[in-house]
Design a protein around this ligand. Structure first.
Ligand code: ATP
Length: 222
């Protein structure tokens, strides 16, 4: 990782990753390149606070993430939420990344639009902006409108360019619609596997092989 003269640029990309798929991976790589990120921390949630527990263990979700990333430069399979006890609050993860990279680092949390639209329901949502920017990526299936509570939370923080976001270490919100749009979801992948159909090309072949070898998601498809 390059941490020389410039302020490090670091993204946290959290999720259930149940399983990791091509839309997560392309977004991470495209953001790394377009925003000159030094590191993209992909952080599987241990106990996702906002949804029912995934049927696959956090250990297996982390293993699939590691297989998917292999040695992709700049992309890190980060197990800090799995190592931590209790619920996986993103606020704690951002605090820990802020401690790791220092106060001038440009730290941003990446959220798909569906996740962003629920931000006001999170644990201490306003406090997130004391540690990171939020960068929202488009998601084809997400058509919902933003509610007023969320608008009140973010409206004074909005910026309209990467440069404006990177001018500060934290606290801004950017709608970023430049990543390749892919209507792929882990839910649809689990359903496809359960129906005995193939998920080839929706994830790296090493992840597909892991799912098949361990009989995850009800069925292993070819
Ligand atoms: P599920 O279908 O189980 O809800 P998912 O495919 O949404 O899973 P998550 O692990 O919940 O995957 O998502 C992690 C992050 O990646 C979230 O911020 C989510 O919005 C984003 N994301 C997932 N799939 C896409 C996609 N196709 N395009 C853009 N962002 C996505």
């Amino acid at each position: 990782m390059v941490m020389s003269e410039h302020n490090p640029r670091v993204a946290m990309f959290g999720g259930t990753f149940n399983p990791i798929h091509i839309a997560h991976l392309r977004a991470a790589v495209e953001l790394r390149d377009a925003l000159s990120l030094d590191a993209v921390h992909m952080v599987p949630a241990h106990l996702p606070p906002h949804r029912s527990a995934p049927g696959v263990s956090s250990g297996d979700r982390l293993r699939m993430l590691k297989l998917a990333l292999a040695d992709t430069p700049g992309l890190i399979a980060d197990d800090r939420e799995i190592r931590r006890d209790g619920p996986s609050w993103s606020l704690d993860t951002l605090k820990s990344l802020r401690e790791q990279y220092g106060e001038t680092a440009r730290l941003l949390m990446v959220l798909g639009r569906d996740a962003f639209l629920k931000l006001h329901e999170w644990h201490e949502p306003a406090a997130l902006f004391d540690y990171a920017h939020i960068l929202v990526i488009g998601r084809p299936e997400s058509q919902e409108l933003q509610c007023q509570v969320l608008e009140d939370l973010v409206e004074s923080r909005r910026v309209d360019s990467v440069e404006a976001m990177m001018a500060a270490p934290f606290g801004r919100v950017l709608d970023y619609d430049q990543t390749t749009a892919m209507a792929v979801s882990a839910t649809a992948i689990r359903q496809t596997l359960a129906a005995g159909r193939s998920v080839r090309y929706l994830m790296p072949s090493a992840v597909e092989a892991f799912i098949s070898e361990h009989g995850l998601y009800g069925e292993a498809a070819d």
